[in-house]
Design a protein around this ligand. Structure first.
Ligand SMILES: [Zn+2]
Length: 107
């Protein structure tokens, strides 16, 4: 499976408790094929006291979501899409929307 999702992409979760919700990718773990998505797949974690938070307590954090559970949302047609690759003339490749063929990467 190719890694077609990058940081700052808009994605939509297609399975699980947050199915149908969308958000921005904050972090991509390439080795594990997992993403952290802003505000999604939030879980409660117990936090030990530290310098910022003397009392510690329960905090909300975004748990990783596997790549196979998300689709990239195209910024142009706003549809969840399978990302395709397109060759530019100069040997570079860019990601494009599978629906409207908008280029998703900055060139
Ligand atoms: Zn599109």
């Amino acid at each position: 499976m190719g890694l077609n999702v990058k940081k700052n992409d808009k994605v939509r979760i297609i399975t699980g408790k947050d199915r149908g919700k969308g958000g921005r990718v904050l972090f991509v773990d390439k080795k594990k094929g997992r993403l952290i998505i802003e505000g999604l797949n939030v879980v409660k974690k117990t936090k030990r006291p530290d310098q910022q938070n003397q009392k510690g307590g329960i905090i909300d954090i975004e748990a990783p979501v596997h790549l196979s559970n998300v689709m990239v949302v195209c910024p142009k047609c706003s549809k969840p899409t399978r990302v395709k690759k397109k060759a530019l003339g100069d040997g570079r490749h860019v990601r494009i929307c599978g629906k409207c063929e908008e280029i998703l990467d900055k060139v």
